[in-house]
Design a protein. Structure first.
Lengths: 377, 414
């Protein structure tokens, strides 16, 4: 019991020293929040997933069919702007030529110019194009229903297209009921990334400096054994990771209504992940003797793990081969578990495999770090 | 001058003797470039996304549902969707685990409802953890639904005959009674062919470029787009690390000992700044070499790029000279340096394509070296001389240098 109290005392002291550093809040709070905002804006409301995909229609048609066709294009999620001539700025532009009506009425085929800006969102373009094809299908169906009659009189009265086959969409039962926001993706991702960065950099450097300055050696004069000291250092770094996650999740909850699903389970995932990272930080701090080397290694590992693990971008856009390789990243398992809790409202059984992988990693890394832990150079 | 050269040569030798930190900081941007390039490299035409895993639950098992499932078998769609036909229970289980982007559920009685031209609803269950791919499936299904609706309406009368057949025993229905229906259907098919072959209204798609816009990123050019951003970010880290000697030597007393030699403060300052500049240039040269050999990056006119790299390395050395003159200790430098570099990189476009960044971020980015270096590299890639980038980086570098030298002199003389 006494040993535990001493371990807790050293760990709490480590945490106090880190928290009293003003820059600590830049790393744990300010910078992650900037990251969260940027990625949320870009991957939610940005060009990648616009709420409304726009198209400009230049209607030069001298008959009535142009306006009729434009009405067919107007559907939810597509913003149609009608213009007389080609504007300078547009993402997608459809030209209805002067003889548009005349050709339809003469049942003569025609190819409409559809211009797409090279750098415009491919996803928005895909949505607009599918709607254009739907508009054509609707128009042609009506023409087929109309039969051989005089098409100049079509718009005075004709059989209307009916949507007989409808499409409804929803999320799986017992999961979310509203479309998750960009923040629901970026807050967990950024939290995982910055736990890796912070714990490895701060934790690694402080272990190295404590050893080099002889602080670890002096601590042995207390009743703590080298094993107890190792556990205290591990605990200090683990608490730091937990503190950071708590701060970011709380801010997310207050300002953007972050919903993690089962919060205790989400914290358990973070706790096991942070333990693995703490062990890695003690290991790096024990084997490296240069601050710059620790920073470099930590930045390299944290960025690689974050990118592979799906902390930066939705994993769905990643090629299948990279998704397979991503399993080597601890961030992948943490993100997988958090996704199951956040989006699928999963329970313990759903996150158990990811927890098992992270737990095994934590045990292995702790054992390795314990072996490498040195009191003196 | 001789003393300046001696200090400079000694510094460079010292850094090259323990290259691990340097190598790691060079490796990071190269690794990141490779990873981002592999993930975001545009795939072949019409394949901008990876294959989309889709589950199809056929609760109908009739002619209509088979036609619908068969639509996924078209060659182009086979590349776009990875379709697995399954039952409801298995589909629900897989969707609950996020094993597919979407699940299409064809309801029971789908074929009969189609034959009777009754409204029928297809259900698309979307993976909530995914943002883009489920929407692609939904849009595709909506297009299929419109086409099916059109076909059902057009042939409503004819399919009524088929519907009647389905309710009767095979031998009890006189097939010859369907002849007039088939006759009508034939006429409609012939009439429809006028609109469908060739399609009465179709598109001639053309890609255009706005005035002053950059060419789009291609699979071949993606590494050339990413690497400059990564290179300038880690150039900042490396030069900061190298120039931190200015503080560490002061803290451990080496500087005081050096100042007892005939070495003049200006010579030492000059050597340190020149050292940062040369090392920065060396690092950029390594990145350019690896970029050219491994990623087949086409940098544009090499002379232009070399000039841009030299000016960027000069700016970086001047900036960190001033930075180390202003901070009090090595710890403070370590604590403040990395956040500044990351902020430069975040706003300046090293971490994300500036074109997709929010306007506020773009505006802040103008005061970062990352932005000017990335813009300059893009111009060089197009074969243009990056005059504005060079002018901004060089002029601001000179200002930083003019501020750094007297500030460092004061520090050294303490």
């Amino acid at each position: 019991m006494r040993t535990l109290r001493r371990i807790l005392h050293v760990a709490a002291n480590d945490l106090r020293i880190m928290v009293s550093d003003k820059v600590f809040f830049f790393w744990t709070l300010a910078f992650p929040v900037l990251f969260i905002v940027l990625f949320a804006v870009v991957f939610k409301a940005g060009d990648n997933a616009p709420d409304e995909a726009g198209i400009v229609v230049v209607n030069q048609d001298q008959g009535r069919w142009g306006a009729y066709f434009i009405d067919k294009i107007r559907t939810p999620g597509v913003a149609v702007t009608v213009a007389d001539k080609e504007p300078e700025t547009y993402d997608r532009l459809l030209v209805l030529p002067p003889e548009f009506s005349a050709r339809i009425e003469a049942r003569r085929d025609q190819a409409l110019a559809l211009k797409k800006r090279e750098n415009a969102s491919a996803r928005a373009a895909a949505r607009v194009e599918t709607r254009l094809y739907q508009a054509i299908a609707r128009t042609l169906s009506e023409l087929i229903l109309y039969g051989d009659g005089d098409l100049t009189k079509f718009l005075d009265g004709h059989p209307e297209f009916r949507d007989i086959v409808l499409v409804e969409s929803r999320f799986p039962a017992k999961t979310v009921t509203v479309v998750p926001s960009g923040y629901d993706h970026t807050i967990p991702g950024t939290t995982i990334q910055f736990i890796m960065m912070m714990v490895m950099i701060y934790g690694g450097i402080s272990v190295m400096e404590d050893r080099k300055k002889g602080i670890l050696g002096r601590l042995l004069f207390s009743p703590l054994s080298p094993g107890g000291l190792f556990r205290a250092k591990l605990l200090g770094r683990w608490l730091m990771g937990l503190l950071q996650a708590l701060m970011l999740f709380t801010i997310g909850r207050i300002f953007v209504g972050l919903n993690l699903g089962n919060v205790p389970l989400a914290l358990l995932v973070i706790a096991v992940f942070a333990l693995a990272m703490s062990a890695l930080s003690v290991f790096i701090g024990s084997v490296c003797s240069k601050e710059d080397l620790i920073i470099g290694l930590s930045v390299l590992l944290a960025n690689l793990f974050a990118a592979l693990g799906g902390c930066w971008w939705p994993n769905e856009i990643v090629p299948p081969a990279v998704r397979t390789v991503a399993r080597i990243s601890p961030a992948y398992w943490a993100m997988d578990a958090l996704h199951k809790l956040t989006f699928f409202r999963g329970g313990f059984a759903d996150v158990a495999p990811a927890l098992a992988v992270l737990g095994t990693l934590a045990v292995v890394l702790t054992a390795v770090a314990g072996k490498a832990f040195r009191i003196r150079d | 001058m001789r003393r300046f050269v001696l200090v400079l040569a000694n510094d460079i030798r010292r850094h090259l003797r323990s290259p691990w930190t340097l190598l790691i900081f060079i490796a990071i941007p190269l690794f990141m470039t490779a990873l981002i390039g592999i993930i975001f490299a545009p795939r072949s035409e019409g394949k901008e996304l990876p294959p989309i895993p889709v589950l199809v639950v056929d609760n109908d098992k009739g002619l209509g549902s088979k036609l619908l499932v068969g639509a996924f078998d078209a060659d182009q769609l086979k590349e776009m969707f990875l379709v697995t036909v399954t039952d409801q229970a298995d589909g629900d289980k897989r969707m609950a685990k996020g094993k597919a982007s979407a699940m299409v559920v064809i309801p029971k009685g789908f074929t009969l409802d189609l034959l009777e031209a009754k409204p029928v609803t297809l259900l698309v269950v979307k993976n909530p953890a995914e943002q883009f791919l489920p929407d692609v499936v939904e849009e595709f299904m909506k297009t299929l639904a419109v086409m099916l609706s059109g076909a059902v309406q057009a042939f409503a009368e004819e399919v009524k005959g088929l519907r009647a057949m389905l309710d009767l025993k095979l031998d009890s229905f006189p097939w010859e009674r369907l002849a007039p229906e088939f006759g009508k259907a034939q006429k409609k098919v012939v009439a429809a062919a006028k609109y469908l072959d060739p399609l009465l209204i179709r598109f001639k798609t053309e890609e255009t470029r706005a005035a002053g816009a950059r060419p789009p990123v291609s699979a071949a050019s993606i590494f050339a787009v990413i690497l400059p951003g990564m290179a300038i970010m880690f150039l900042l880290f490396i030069v900061q690390t190298i120039m931190r000697d200015l503080l560490s030597e002061r803290e451990d007393g080496k500087l005081r000992r050096m100042m007892t030699t005939p070495l003049r403060p200006l010579e030492l300052i000059g050597a340190r700044i020149a050292g940062g500049w040369i090392m920065g240039l060396l690092v950029l040269a390594v990145m350019v070499a690896v970029g050219t050999l491994v990623f087949r990056v086409a940098w544009g006119p090499f002379g232009y790029f070399l000039l841009l790299a030299a000016v960027a390395a000069f700016w970086t050395a001047a900036f960190f000279a001033l930075f180390h003159a202003l901070v009090r200790s090595r710890n403070q430098a370590g604590a403040l340096g990395a956040p500044i570099i990351l902020a430069f990189s975040l706003f300046g476009g090293s971490m994300m394509n500036p074109e997709v960044m929010p306007k506020a971020f773009k505006a802040v980015g103008v005061v970062t070296p990352n932005r000017w270096f990335i813009d300059g590299a893009a111009l060089v890639r197009e074969g243009r001389f990056p005059l504005l980038s060079l002018a901004v980086l060089f002029a601001s570098g000179l200002v930083l240098l003019a501020l750094a030298v007297p500030a460092l002199r004061r520090r050294i003389s303490v």
